[in-house]
Write a protein that binds this ligand. Structure first.
Ligand SMILES: *Cc1c(COP(=O)(O)O)cnc(C)c1O
Length: 411
């Protein structure tokens, strides 16, 4: 029996150029973004310029995390206590968390069969709730029909903030993910597409929103030192209004990230190659449904999902346990308890979730796997062979009681 021995949580090392840049910052000691020598431009300000160029945004702000970026975007839009904010029912806990942290109430929208937001349910939730903001999560890199979504939201005057934690480097019809809504939010956490341990970005073309975000992030009136920022005039009336909620990025993390931005296109191509091998290895397998990927979507295959539609829970837990024994760590969105990074909407009591039957049915059969770039193409082929064998065994087995299952953590 083949056994996989790779680690599903091991990312690539930090590139040498980034280590050298980080060492330079450590040697001069000016880690705070506003601590600069005369005529020096901070690493953080340079990173923002480079990330703005990468996404084609006019403005960019680097911050402490992806979750902070989302919270700041909502605050900049004026979301406050009691407001309703639409979001995907299928996402990760920091998304409803960003809404709940403002005292606002998430209004969750069903997931469609392709793991994107259900546009018909979005429309009915807009009508039922009167919410004027959507925090759209491109969860696990699946991008919905952005043309249709933006049309629905424009018609209802709903402002869209994009959570691009899994779509940095992805596009819809050639437009970078994060550039459809009024603000785009990204994460630079270790498990995402660039790695500074923790970190995040906000992008926007809107000078008023970005001035608010910069003031909120804790700019201590030093906003003229930002390069990818609106002109000082945009801050004039806002600087007395916006509270300081410190969540800045520092020069050490910026130094670690700058060389990684240049590597992003190469990473996207390598992730895609791995995804394609996994997908090809699992095609035409009875009991398993692959997730369709529309031609308009340029995606980053940093994780892989498939459905075991309407399988009894006992069969799924037995499949997960057997795969784990052969070294393939999977996560299941149908588990009754939140495990590691994986939780489901019904676990978010702070989000006062209503029952979402369509989402329940999809999550009950949804399997998720991380694909770090430390996996070779041959690794991915082997993982697919193991999964193919174990899906077949579990699918054909008569129904029995579940074996005990240990689920892996790690995003
Ligand atoms: C990781 C993640 C975030 C938030 O990123 P942090 O940097 O960890 O705060 C937001 N949304 C999704 C879907 C994520 O996976």
């Amino acid at each position: 029996m083949e056994q996989f021995t790779g680690s599903f949580t091991q990312q690539e090392p930090i590139p040498e150029a980034a280590i050298e840049a980080a060492n330079a910052v450590l040697r001069h000691g000016r880690l705070h973004r506003y601590n600069t020598a005369p005529d020096e431009t901070a690493e953080t300000a340079l990173l923002e310029e480079e990330f703005a160029a990468l996404t084609g945004a006019r403005y960019c702000l680097a911050v402490a995390s992806g979750g902070y970026a989302m919270g700041t975007a909502l605050r900049a839009l004026g979301v406050g206590p009691g407001d309703k904010v639409l979001s995907n029912a299928f996402t990760l806990a920091p998304v409803p968390g960003a809404i709940a942290a403002l005292g606002a109430t998430p209004v969750l929208v069903e997931v469609a069969q392709d793991l994107t937001i259900d546009l018909a349910h979005l429309q009915s939730q807009i009508a039922a709730s009167g919410a004027k903001t959507l925090l759209l999560s491109h969860m696990r890199g699946h991008i919905c029909d952005m043309d249709a979504l933006m049309q629905i939201c424009r018609a209802a005057s709903v402002r869209v903030v994009e959570d691009c934690a899994h779509t940095m480097g992805a596009e819809w019809r050639g437009v970078p993910s994060g550039r459809h809504g009024v603000m785009g939010c990204y994460s630079a956490q270790t498990y995402k597409h660039v790695n500074s341990g923790e970190g995040g970005f906000l992008v926007s073309d809107d000078p008023d929103l970005m001035a608010r975000a910069i003031l909120l992030s804790g700019s201590y009136m030093l906003y003229p030192r930002h390069k990818a920022a609106p002109p000082p005039a945009a801050f004039e009336n806002l600087k007395y209004e916006m509270p300081n909620i410190s969540g800045r990025m520092d020069n050490l993390r910026a130094a670690v990230l700058r060389p990684q931005l240049a590597l992003l296109p190469d990473r996207v191509a390598r992730w895609r190659a791995r995804y394609d091998v996994l997908e090809a290895g699992l095609r035409d397998l009875p009991g398993l449904s692959l997730i369709p990927r529309p031609a308009e979507e340029t995606f980053v295959g940093s994780s892989f999902q498939f459905l075991l539609p309407d399988w009894p829970a006992a069969k799924i837990t037995s499949f997960l346990a057997r795969s784990a024994q052969r070294g393939v760590e999977l996560k299941w969105f149908g588990a009754s308890e939140p495990v590691g990074f994986t939780s489901a909407y019904r676990h978010w009591h702070y989000a006062t979730p209503e029952a979402l039957p369509k989402t329940d049915r999809i999550l009950a059969g949804l399997i998720d796997m991380r694909v770090p770039l430390t996996f070779s193409l041959e690794d991915c082929a082997q993982i697919a062979r193991i999964l193919r064998a174990e899906v077949t065994t579990a699918f054909q087995a008569p129904e029995t009681a579940a074996e005990p299952v240990t689920l892996a953590s790690g995003d």
